[in-house]
Design a binder for this molecule. Structure first.
Ligand SMILES: [Zn+2]
Length: 402
């Protein structure tokens, strides 16, 4: 019996970038000092990937689904379900879920603060909102500071309703409107309108908000909803691949994807080195681990190439913990999408990929970057190709044909 090899997939969120003038025309990944990533690239096989398809600006959610082998075009209708699962709500297929913010509105329902002064503890407010009952629908709620998830469960519902979040301050909250002519969409929009109206009544009078007003803090008196989606049926990761899978992530959305795929979700250590050791300990139990590292994406959204270089160097230092692992097992390092510092949001550029492990055909690429990896042996692949390539290297794939 050959030894069972394990796989570690490290997804560096928004790592990839475009050439930055302030960095002498280099990308942050090219400008950063990355001895460990470069050594892994030299030992491994490299390439570039379209997270979804050429030119498609992937979200972290749709990209992670694709990388894990779930076609986002089939299973993704909105961010809500993944956010709700990430916040710990036990979802059922067909549930409608939204991501929400506790916000501050004035007496004319004009949004003053979309995050209610980044209120930290909303547990008592959520408790109060649980008293709201709607005809024929079960309501579930969970919150994490100003962020919240709302779920409607029942028959005759649809995710085809508009956001009530105007995504701006100084404007009135939007009404929930059906996005198609179906009775289900009309009913869901009406129910959402009723829920938000009653939530506003409950929140406005709540003691927590009375105290906040007295302390001159913006009251959390409104729930803005967005990203409605229907909970899909995802084949479990273990039945799909015959491997026990786990996930280490800091963001609710990635945890939610892993939970809906039936993967074990570990509470990530904040420190990178501690997190790397946590990953290696977990891999003694499971066959496959997905690790998402968020901070490079945040630097991109903040238009900060200097910060991104720092984050990349910290990630590289962490990679040192995996050098031994990657000699007898497989390690994939990639970005889930490009977040150029110049744009401050995701773009559709290809991302670099490296796979290091005992039997990869190394390809002469000796550094890990957007441009260097373009010359690698994997060529140009898609996010959905990662798992099949990995399973083949792990010798877990059945032969097609005789
Ligand atoms: Zn992002």
């Amino acid at each position: 019996m050959p030894r069972v090899m394990k796989a570690l997939l490290v997804v560096c969120d928004g790592l990839a970038d475009r050439p930055v003038g302030a960095l002498g025309g280099r990308t942050p990944l090219e400008a950063a000092r990355t001895p460990n990533l470069d050594a892994l690239a030299e030992r491994g096989i490299t390439g570039i990937a379209d997270p979804i398809a050429p030119g498609v600006r992937a979200g972290s959610d749709t990209s992670h689904l694709a990388i894990l082998g779930y076609n986002p075009c089939e299973v993704y209708t909105g961010r809500g379900p993944f956010e709700a699962a990430g916040m710990g709500i036990e979802l059922r297929e067909g549930d409608i879920a939204w991501r929400c913010n506790f916000a501050t509105v004035d007496e004319n329902l004009v949004v003053k603060d979309r995050r209610a002064g980044r209120i930290e503890d909303t547990s008592r407010l959520i408790e109060a909102l649980r008293s709201i009952q709607l005809e024929g629908v079960e309501v579930e709620l969970a919150s994490l500071a100003y962020r919240c998830a709302l779920v409607f469960r029942g028959s005759g519902l649809s995710h085809r309703v508009s956001d009530t979040d105007p995504h701006a301050t100084g404007v009135k909250v939007h009404p929930a409107q059906p996005l198609d002519d179906s009775a289900e969409a009309r009913r869901t929009a009406q129910l959402l309108e009723e829920f938000t109206r009653r939530a506003h009544e409950v929140l406005r009078e709540h003691e927590v908000n009375r105290e906040r007003r007295e302390r001159n803090l913006p009251p959390a008196n409104y729930l803005l909803t967005r990203g409605a989606g229907v909970v899909p049926r995802l084949e479990s990761f273990s039945s799909k691949y015959g491997m026990r899978g786990a996930c280490i992530a800091t963001t609710a959305i990635i945890k939610g994807i892993a939970r809906l795929a039936g993967m074990e979700v570990l509470e990530a250590e904040r420190d990178y080195t501690a997190r790397a050791r946590q990953a290696l300990r977990s891999l003694e139990e499971v066959d496959f681990l997905l690790m998402n590292i968020k901070e490079a994406d945040e630097a991109g959204h903040d238009h900060s190439p200097e910060r991104k270089v720092e984050v990349i160097e910290a990630i590289d230092a962490m990679m040192g913990e995996f050098m031994e692992f990657a000699r007898e097992n497989y390690l994939v390092v990639m970005s889930d999408h490009t977040t150029p510092c110049s744009v401050g949001d995701h773009t559709g550029d290809v991302v670099p990929v490296l796979i290091s492990g005992p039997e990869v055909r190394s390809d002469g690429v000796a550094s890990f970057s957007e441009r260097a990896c373009a010359a690698g042996g994997l060529g140009r692949i898609r996010g959905m190709d990662i798992m099949p390539i990995l399973l083949d290297l792990l010798n877990r794939t059945e032969k097609f044909g005789a």
